[in-house]
Design a protein. Structure first.
Length: 139
């Protein structure tokens, strides 16, 4: 398995990276990060950059079969709704779109229990809209 991941420095992302490194079938893990993790494993490559613009990391997506997105805001109540939507919807969707265009076959998304595009909760509605948008990409 050749995996590319965004959101690997957060709490869930870090745990996901640790779990991935326990999988014998993992040949390579590419981490797209805002800051270095200091992770020392020969199967891991890190690319620090601006995750807001998929053009800055698009060239790192080729030759991967799996993508994982754990990117998200830990405390959504501490920021404006438009900023939350940019981080929890727009950036993951741009990553998924770029992965699809690069030929990535499988996409795993950290979602939320109760996510629904028709939810009255802004948080759950945003998560639900993202799930629907990514499903529409045809992974």
């Amino acid at each position: 398995m050749r995996c590319v991941m965004i959101g690997g420095t957060g709490a869930v992302g870090h745990a996901t990276v640790e779990a991935l490194l326990q999988i014998p079938e993992l040949d390579h893990l590419t981490l797209l990060v805002r800051r270095e993790t200091g992770l020392a494993d020969e199967r891991v490559s890190e690319h620090v950059g601006d995750l807001r613009d998929s053009a800055t990391y698009r060239h790192h997506l080729d030759d991967h079969d799996t993508a994982i997105c754990t990117l998200g805001v830990g405390e959504p109540t501490k920021m404006a709704k438009d900023e939350f939507r940019r981080i929890d919807h727009d950036m993951p969707f741009a990553f998924a779109t770029a992965c699809r265009e690069a030929g990535v076959e499988h996409f795993l998304l950290l979602g939320s229990v109760g996510a629904s595009a028709s939810s009255q909760s802004f948080f759950l509605r945003t998560k639900g809209e993202l799930e629907e948008a990514i499903t529409g990409l045809g992974f």
